[in-house]
Design a protein around this ligand. Structure first.
Ligand SMILES: Cc1cc2nc3c(=O)[nH]c(=O)nc-3n(C[C@H](O)[C@H](O)[C@H](O)COP(=O)(O)O)c2cc1C
Length: 326
């Protein structure tokens, strides 16, 4: 069964399923596997150490798939920010047609840089008001991330069951539902709630092609739906990470009166997270994970995942739901 939506048409993909940008995970092996399976794979720009390396990674991915794929650029300006504009230029030079953006309002400069080159912009956000302002600014697709998601769920704590239809009521451009999606049931639910497709992160980490250590994949299987923490609430920069001994310690330290970022800085360092993903030593740092861990119990190839997803979707739509309609 093929599901055709505004997303499959606009992005020229077979299934309305997008792999969200993932720091440390979104490299050519995974992005090309997702695209080859009929979804949209996405490289994560800042996983590459420089714009030149990103340009090379785009070429490497193109060598692994003839299908469309995109690049994620996440913009969180800090004192030592990467050169976002140079990364955006590498995306343009690499001939990329689809870019997923996320981050603070500073991302607008990146939209302005990409738009004249005909790039389709998928903007990921966590609130209806942010979705509407991205739409007004000329973005092409909204990816709305509910409270369940891995990464940055925002500060409003609105789960997908409310956020997706609330956004669908107001957003006119195509919309992806994100956060908490892992199987065909989620896909049907997202479409029923008014989305044109889904975006997944955590589920794609537990696939054969994700180039991370097997111990990390196993952690996604071992953790259930309660296996995440919200950290950095104190700093209004909430992040959802998987439960391990390091994130447990981060939560403990941040609960102390007067806790500051300095108190956890070494535990949450990006370099520590990278080491965890590569070495499989789960005591090295924190790792991003969503509540959808509770629905993950295997490590399929992306192709197998898509086959089972579309099979389940068909069974639900043509079987379970059809049988309920009097
Ligand atoms: C390991 C990992 C790394 C992530 N890194 C980023 C990132 O760099 N930029 C970003 O916009 N989102 C990032 N995300 C969020 C995903 O793109 C996606 O929005 C989220 O995972 C959706 O929720 P789900 O995990 O429940 O599917 C990351 C998620 C994971 C699991």
């Amino acid at each position: 069964m093929a599901i055709k939506t505004r997303i499959t048409e606009l992005l020229e993909i077979e299934h309305p399923i997008v792999q969200g940008g993932m720091q440390g995970v979104g490299v050519a092996e995974l992005a090309s596997a997702v695209s080859n399976a009929g979804g949209l794979g996405i490289l994560t720009a800042l996983t590459q150490p420089s714009p030149t390396a990103l340009r090379a990674e785009i070429d490497r991915c193109r060598g692994m798939t003839a299908k469309p794929f995109g690049v994620n650029l996440t913009v969180f300006p800090t004192i030592n920010s990467p050169d976002y504009k140079a990364y955006a230029q590498a995306i343009i030079d690499g001939g990329i047609r689809i870019v997923e953006t996320a981050g603070t309002p500073a991302v607008r400069e990146i939209w302005e840089q990409l738009k004249p080159h005909g790039v389709v912009i998928l903007h990921k956000c966590t609130a209806v008001r942010h979705a509407l302002s991205a739409e007004r600014a000329g973005c092409d697709v909204i990816s709305i991330d509910g409270f369940e998601c891995a990464g940055h769920p925002g500060e409003d704590d609105i789960p997908g069951l409310i956020l997706i239809p609330a956004a669908a009521d107001k957003v006119k451009i195509p919309m992806l539902a994100s956060g908490g999606f892992g199987d065909g049931r989620g896909l049907v639910a997202a479409l029923a709630l008014g989305a044109d497709g889904i975006n997944m992160g955590t589920r794609f980490c537990a696939t054969q092609e994700a180039r991370i250590h097997p111990n990390v994949k196993q952690a996604y299987l071992d953790n259930d739906e309660r296996g995440t923490y919200l950290i950095f609430r104190n700093f209004k920069n909430t992040a959802r990470v998987g439960k391990n001994e390091v994130s447990t310690e981060v939560v403990r330290r941040l609960a102390e009166p007067g806790a500051t970022f300095r108190d956890v800085q070494e535990l949450v360092a990006g370099s520590a997270g990278r080491e965890l993903l590569e070495s499989g030593d789960m005591a090295k740092g924190v790792f991003w994970a969503g509540m959808v861990q509770g629905l993950i119990d295997d490590i399929p190839t992306c192709d197998q995942l898509f086959v089972s997803k579309t099979g389940t979707t068909e069974k639900i739509v043509n079987g379970r739901l059809a049988a309920m309609v009097a």
